[in-house]
Design a protein around this ligand. Structure first.
Ligand code: HEC
Ligand code: HEC
Length: 230
């Protein structure tokens, strides 16, 4: 599979710092616990009501996902994206992409492939519903000059470099909409990492890839600082 070859050849070049926050042991434990939890709940879920699915999803979220994504999806470490208040449709699309391994950047592979593989369709939708209905934490203050630079890029893009204004898809308050993810309040380091893996095509995004080819690391850091502050 092409995606896996790309992952193997380029893992060394992508953000080694992201590894510091989550040890291999933690990943293994989480995957094992996830397997047990998801398998037992998914068997029980068959043909059950949506209330039962919601309850099962909340249980998995609290007992498993929160170990990395934080309580109610407000994670502390920037290795782990915040999920609280994220768009439901985006969340279920990403869980499916992690499950079928089409989202194949190194962190997706290392942390999420094993867990996502254990989630059945009902649980995917239940978890997307759970996280989309949690209250997002308020933004974090940052470097005012960098924030101003990032805000300008977010709202206007840069015609001379064919960078489309982010606002046109991600919303005036970076709140997202359906398949367009919420970016407001997201960890800056996570945002930079995603822009890098999308730019290098490690994470395939037919929508985003062509729009950010000219985005420099300094632009990424500025727009990420702005988004984190929202
Ligand atoms: C061992 C740590 C860990 C656990 C446990 C974990 N995740 Fe993740 N998750 C991550 C990391 C790291 C990423 C970022 C992947 C990347 O950079 O591509 C991620 C990414 C995601 C994303 C994509 C977010 C986005 O903004 O695109 C979703 C959705 C997600 N996880 C849901 C879950 C759910 C639901 C569970 C529980 C069933 C869970 N995760 C459990 C570490 C974890
Ligand atoms: C034409 C619509 C569009 C524009 C313009 C756009 N995006 Fe996106 N963006 C998307 C979509 C759709 C996704 C979800 C990834 C996918 O499935 O393609 C995404 C994903 C992302 C992600 C990953 C979020 C996560 O939680 O993992 C980041 C970060 C991001 N965009 C930042 C930006 C920035 C910064 C700009 C402006 C420079 C921008 N986007 C412009 C549509 C757009």
């Amino acid at each position: 599979m092409r995606a896996i070859t790309v992952y193997k050849t380029s893992i060394a070049s992508v953000q080694p710092t992201a590894k510091k926050n989550g040890g291999v042991a933690m990943k293994r434990i989480a995957t094992t616990v996830g397997l047990a939890l998801a398998l037992s709940s998914s068997a029980a879920l068959a043909a059950e009501s949506s209330e039962a699915i919601n309850n099962a999803a909340a249980k998995v979220a609290v007992n498993l996902c929160s170990s990395c994504h934080g309580p109610a999806g407000n994670s502390i470490s920037p290795t782990f994206p915040k999920l609280a208040g994220q768009q439901k449709m985006y969340l279920s699309a990403q869980l499916r992409a992690l499950k079928d391994k089409s989202r194949s950047d190194p962190e997706a592979h290392d942390y999420m492939w094993g867990i996502a593989a254990t989630l059945d369709e009902a649980l995917v939708d239940g978890l997307a519903g759970y996280y989309s209905s949690q209250t997002p934490a308020t933004g974090k203050p940052g470097d005012p000059a960098l924030i101003a630079q990032g805000k300008h890029l977010f709202e206007n893009g840069d015609d001379s470099r064919k960078i489309t204004a982010c606002v046109s898809c991600h919303g005036a308050n970076a709140e997202g909409n359906t398949i367009f993810p919420r970016l407001a309040g997201q960890h800056a380091a996570y945002v930079v990492r995603q822009l890098q893996v999308i730019q290098t095509n490690l994470r395939k995004s037919s929508v985003m890839h062509g729009l950010i080819t000219e985005l420099k690391l300094t632009d990424m850091k500025a727009v990420a600082e702005f988004l984190q502050s929202k």
